[in-house]
Unconditional design. Structure first.
Length: 269
């Protein structure tokens, strides 16, 4: 029996080394070409790192010596940042549910309304968050509200895009059964689609909450409230020992939120 099986061997795996080499060569060539200014590429001045190292080394030494006596002053702005992150994620969660159902093919068979929602979401996603914050600060004024609205738009773009694509790529036999039973699209979405997609929504909402804390620190630089305003203030005074404290605090908060999010994800699955 073993002799009979030994006669039948798997064919050798085909190798496409030449094709792989050509692909790698094309990628390397294109990358190098983008760094040649003579043909329209970008100019990478690596010598600037060496020329300006004396300036950067002093700032880096100060950055590596955080002044923890500055920490109490950061508590209030950090709490404001956390409030912005939570409020933005909460309202984005409310708005993203109907928008996601309208943007997915299985939950919205009407092509015109679906394409309209997707077009709006693509426009929202294409605008950087700093641009939203800058414009809203100019319209509303300096404070927390422009930051919350910016986070709301940012979160909606992420959640609706990712969850609607997940719905499109999933198997929807349960929705076909609902249609066969005579259910309307609204009834099918409420009784079959939503229960199946709640874990997807929850994962994305927790993910946007993590992102909101990091983004809030940046939005404050343009006047949208939070720890970013204090960060920009200390940076403007070249107080990099204080900046270091703020960065460490943001790092700790982000890690804690990530641990909490992972715990909730395990509980939800």
């Amino acid at each position: 029996m073993s002799q009979a099986l030994s006669r039948y061997t798997l064919p050798a795996r085909p190798h496409a080394r030449g094709r792989t080499a050509l692909i790698v060569l094309a990628v390397v060539t294109f990358t190098v070409a983008t760094c040649i200014p003579a043909i329209g590429g970008i100019e990478l001045d690596f010598g600037a790192i060496i020329r300006n190292w004396s300036n950067g080394s002093g700032l880096l030494a100060q950055f590596l010596q955080p002044d923890f006596s500055f920490l109490p002053r950061t508590i209030g702005p950090m709490l404001e940042t956390l409030q912005m992150a939570v409020v933005g994620a909460f309202f984005a969660a409310l708005v993203s549910v109907p928008l996601t159902l309208w943007a997915a093919v299985p939950t919205n068979p009407h092509a015109i309304s679906r394409r309209l929602v997707r077009a709006v979401i693509n426009v929202i996603r294409s605008v950087p968050d700093l641009v939203y914050a800058t414009v809203l600060v100019a319209i509303i004024g300096v404070g927390v509200l422009p930051g919350v609205l910016t986070l709301l738009l940012f979160d909606i773009g992420i959640v609706v895009k990712l969850v609607s694509e997940a719905i499109d790529s999933a198997d929807h036999a349960y929705m076909e059964a609902g249609r066969a039973a005579g259910g309307t699209q609204t009834q099918i979405n409420r009784t079959t689609a939503l229960p199946q997609t709640w874990p997807l929504f929850a994962n994305q909402w927790l993910y946007t909450l993590e992102l909101n804390v990091r983004i809030s620190a940046i939005l404050g630089i343009v006047g949208a409230g939070g720890i970013g305003r204090l960060l920009d203030e200390r940076r403007a005074f070249y107080a990099y020992d204080d900046v270091s404290v703020i960065v460490l605090e943001i790092l700790v908060v982000v890690v804690l939120i990530e641990v909490f999010s992972n715990y909730l994800r395990k509980r939800l699955t």
